[in-house]
Design a protein around this ligand. Structure first.
Ligand SMILES: Cc1ncc(COP(=O)(O)O)c(C=O)c1O
Length: 413
């Protein structure tokens, strides 16, 4: 089943029916209630079909080989770059670098901007970053003698923007922040952070791993120098990520990894490098995933953003209401602008035990620190249970989740 080219209102069941895995059962016949969309998205049939079709009609290596399939595969790969550029509001497909994921995108930027930093220069992060947006900067800071400064999180799970204003100053060279927290669901005022970075001549990097699933992204309106996301969170395959970079900034950076495709000419006396984005894409790329991403973006873009927002807000409010009555339950973060990612603990229980019991009842959630240990410390916990929703999440799934949680808590106390 495929979506009409544009549709203004849709029904969750219509979307759900396109995901074969969502009608599967687990643990001896329990219908799967998948509430772990923030970890990875499931894939609609059209994405699965696009990948199968790629291998049955197109597969070849790209940018080399003078034969029909090589041309077809190259066209499919470059079409993916065009599709991503339009999806992010980039000025040109040349501003889109394919990586392995958000993690590699951060590593790429940290490694290639490193030479600009002097001892004492500052990199500003936030207390709610995923480890992927902390550790690469730390590694680079250690090499360069740079200093990491951290924007604190308030009790409501939002960034302390007053503190941000005083932290970002003449010594700041990079500001890197998560657009949507994978633990709290908070939507951060990243355009404001990018403007603050720009006003002191610092580069801005936005981790959009969770944000791309929500409101449409416009990198020009955000004013960021870099924006990154992972294809697998957006209904597309694993092993592919996107790094948007302002062209003149990309052009000013040295290569990240050496190998085929990223060069202009190679000799033992020296090598010259390709222009961006190829400069940053050494070796054979993940063409299959890029083809899947094209279809995933087309599929997702056909779901009316107003409907998406409305569904996300209603399912989140419904879930908060459904579990809110459980004695001893604490939900972390209540930002004014948040999306359908709920982290919580229940007094007298361990998150891991709750996760195991929910799983036995067919409910898939994530438990742990969600790769945000500094945020966990700020919240005063070591782990939480996280339920995350998608356009396919139904009120019935939330009912099953709430009943299973109530039962699990009763068993554990
Ligand atoms: C906010 C955020 N940033 C970065 C990442 C890392 O993404 P990946 O593992 O796909 O590189 C994740 C993954 O959960 C995330 O949620």
């Amino acid at each position: 089943m495929t979506l009409p080219a544009t549709i203004s209102s849709i029904d969750v069941d219509y979307l759900r029916a396109q995901f074969p895995i969502l009608s599967t059962t687990v643990h001896g016949g329990k219908p799967l209630v998948y509430l772990d969309h923030a970890a990875t998205s499931q894939k609609p049939q059209c994405v699965i079909d696009a990948i199968a079709s790629y291998y049955t009609t197109t597969n070849s290596n790209v940018h080399r080989g003078a034969h029909a399939l090589a041309a077809k595969a190259t066209e499919a790969y470059e079409h993916a770059r065009h599709t991503v550029a339009a999806f992010l509001g980039a000025a040109s497909p040349s501003e889109i670098v394919f990586t392995k994921g958000t993690t590699e995108a951060v590593n790429l930027v940290a490694a290639t901007v490193a030479h600009r930093l002097q001892p004492g220069d500052e990199i500003v992060l936030t207390e709610m970053e995923h480890h992927a947006n902390i550790v690469p900067w730390q590694l680079m800071a250690q090499q360069r003698g740079a200093v990491i400064r951290v924007i604190p999180v308030t009790d409501s799970g939002e960034l302390d923007m007053q503190a941000a204003a005083s932290l970002i100053g003449p010594a700041t060279k990079i500001v890197s922040a998560v657009h949507v927290s994978n633990t709290l669901g908070t939507v951060n005022p990243v355009a404001q952070l990018c403007a603050m970075a720009g006003s002191v001549g610092a580069l801005s990097f936005i981790d959009g791993a969770q944000a791309v699933l929500h409101d449409p992204i416009d990198v020009a309106a955000l004013g960021c120098d870099f924006y990154a996301f992972s294809a697998h969170k957006l209904f597309a395959p694993m092993g592919l990520g996107v790094l948007y970079g302002r062209y003149h900034v990309l052009e000013s950076l040295p290569p990240y990894q050496g190998g085929g495709s990223m060069i202009d000419s190679v000799s033992f006396d020296g090598t010259t490098f390709n222009a961006p984005p190829m400069r940053f894409e050494a070796g054979t790329p993940n063409v299959e995933a890029a083809v899947g991403l094209t279809t995933a973006i087309e599929w997702f873009a056909a779901v009316d953003p107003d409907w998406r927002r409305h569904h996300d807000q209603s399912i989140t409010a419904y879930a908060l209401d459904a579990i809110g009555g459980i004695d001893g339950l604490t939900v972390y973060g209540n930002a004014a602008h948040r999306v359908g990612i709920l982290s919580f603990t229940v007094e007298g229980t361990h998150a891991a035990d709750v996760g195991t019991l929910l799983d036995a009842m067919g409910v898939a959630v994530r438990v742990g620190h969600h790769c945000t240990q500094p945020l966990m410390r700020r919240l005063g916990v070591t782990s939480t249970i996280r339920a995350s929703f998608s356009v396919t999440t139904t009120a019935h799934e939330v009912d099953v989740f709430a009943a299973a949680l109530t039962k699990a808590v009763g068993m554990l106390r």
